[in-house]
Design a protein around this ligand. Structure first.
Ligand SMILES: Cc1ncc(COP(=O)(O)O)c(C=O)c1O
Length: 470
């Protein structure tokens, strides 16, 4: 039977299509899939390290620290195999991975659909894709992202692929500055995170991330939405924006927004908060950029701007992480008139094909919708964390976040406490990460493609074991 693949257009990819449908390939595919299944099925729960592997593992960690110029945050070197949110490390331990490379591995570990897409990619002529030469999967990825983005009416027509969220954001700023030239300023929200390039370090509201770096952009900040004072923070942000637009007439290219502050600590805004800001920007010709690098596919709709009903204001949108390839979406009216956008690589061939498979799977699993799988799992996780917060007052506060982005504040909210709890959770078998400051929270980005309720139960058992000792 002809192999069905959303990533093959028969009339264009004739010879490639013949290759991926070759019966020898089909047999090899089946054998690989069986071998993977045999091994991954053995990884079925959290496990401590194998004492026989510990010494060699420690030596590898030391080599890694020496080679990369510092130890990684976690003593983590993957053993190369996992099963859904479970991952086996090189010391034989198995962790429940609820951070997945900060939101990247949306299908968890050793997923058979990722293997399948990677085989399709391995059979292609090149390992990497780029702006000079694209494959069919690149075309389909661009079309797919534009179609998803336009679903509720956003005027986003074009998609530029790139290798990182930072590059997607750089491209978004370039498009905005180019369109609004000579405007040179950007408006951001307190506590935001945009990425790690020189320009994005200027946007990111963390002085430590700019230490020793030259100033590159003029950035103005407005008040972040805060649930402790919804009306006050909404009003303050709008008044702040008004003041800035009056103080620097015509000088702002864009308002750059995270709809759920990610690195900042999992603070979602509200439709009212964002809409007031976006409307005012629209009136003044200032472009609105939604950064969806962390939020994409984790809320009730593929895009957070759709979740918050802000489609009318989406001038430029960036995304990445879970899609395996990053992207900048924009409308025809903003198409640059000069050659300001390009890089050698767009992504690896495997990334693009895997990204398409992730998108197909999330839709097939009904992740989206007000009562879709994402929101149902959010409620499930939230209820369990609320129960823990009630049982252990003062040791756990929250939860916070939206959809498949969820966080809590341990203990006194200090960075030291959060780090202690994070490390103890890791030792107990649950991987999360830090977010925000004052308070510092622990966040989780469970892989949306494969997380089930029993995984959430297991995570909450780890959390309970750790917080009750605080
Ligand atoms: C909201 C947001 N924007 C941009 C980035 C940067 O993405 P990357 O690390 O892929 O460059 C991140 C990364 O965490 C992010 O959370």
């Amino acid at each position: 039977m002809e192999r069905e693949s959303t990533t093959v257009i028969p009339e264009i990819g004739l010879h490639y299509s013949t290759l991926v449908n070759d019966e020898r390939v089909a047999r090899a595919r089946e054998l690989l899939s069986e071998a993977l299944q045999d091994q991954r099925s053995k990884i079925d729960g959290i496990r401590p390290a194998d004492p026989a592997l510990v010494e060699a593992y420690q030596a590898k960690l030391s080599r890694l620290a020496a080679a990369r110029g510092g130890a990684p945050y976690f003593p983590y070197i993957s053993g190369g195999l996992g099963n859904g949110p479970f991952v086996q490390l090189g010391d034989g331990s198995v962790k429940l991975d609820f951070i997945v490379g900060i939101g990247v591995h949306g299908m968890g570990h050793s997923d058979p659909r990722m293997l399948d897409a990677t085989i399709d990619a391995a059979l292609e002529d090149t390992v990497m894709q780029g702006n000079l030469q694209h494959d069919e999967a690149s075309l389909l990825m661009c079309e797919k992202l534009v179609t998803l983005a336009r679903r509720q009416g956003a005027s986003l027509d074009h998609c530029l692929l790139s290798t990182s969220g930072a590059m997607a954001n750089e491209n978004s700023l370039k498009i905005a500055f180019h369109h609004r030239a000579p405007a040179s300023r950007v408006i951001c929200i307190d506590n935001c995170f945009a990425g790690r390039t020189l320009a994005l370090a200027a946007l990111t509201d963390r002085p430590a991330y700019r230490s020793g770096l030259p100033a590159t952009l003029d950035v103005d900040y407005i008040t972040m939405f805060h649930p402790s004072d919804p009306e006050g923070t909404t009003r303050s942000a709008l008044e702040g924006l008004q003041r800035l637009l009056d103080r620097y007439p015509g000088q702002h290219a864009c308002l750059w927004l995270e709809l759920v502050a990610g690195e900042g600590g999992y603070y979602p805004g509200t439709r009212e908060y964002f809409e007031g800001l976006c409307k005012l920007c629209r009136e003044r010709g200032v472009l609105v950029i939604f950064d969806e690098v962390q939020t994409f596919s984790r809320l009730s709709r593929p895009f957070a701007f759709q979740h918050f009903g802000l489609d009318a204001y989406a001038d430029i949108v960036t995304l990445g992480k879970i899609t395996q390839v990053c992207a900048t979406l924009y409308g025809t009216a903003l198409k640059p008139k000069g050659p300001i956008l390009s890089q050698t690589f767009t992504a690896s061939t495997a990334s693009i094909r895997c990204g398409l498979a992730v998108l197909d799977h999330l839709e097939a699993m009904s992740c989206f919708g007000d009562n879709g799988w994402n929101m149902r799992r959010h409620r499930y996780f939230r209820e369990r964390l609320e129960a823990l917060a009630a049982k252990y007052p003062g040791r756990i506060q929250g939860p916070y976040g939206e959809g498949m982005m969820i966080a809590f504040t341990p203990g006194d909210g200090s960075e030291a406490t959060a780090k202690t709890v994070l490390t103890r959770l890791y030792d107990d078998g649950l991987m999360g990460f830090l977010a925000g400051s004052h308070p510092t929270r622990l966040r989780f980005l469970p892989p949306p493609g494969v997380t089930e309720e029993f995984h959430i139960d297991l995570a909450c058992e780890c959390i309970e074991r750790v917080v009750r000792t605080l």
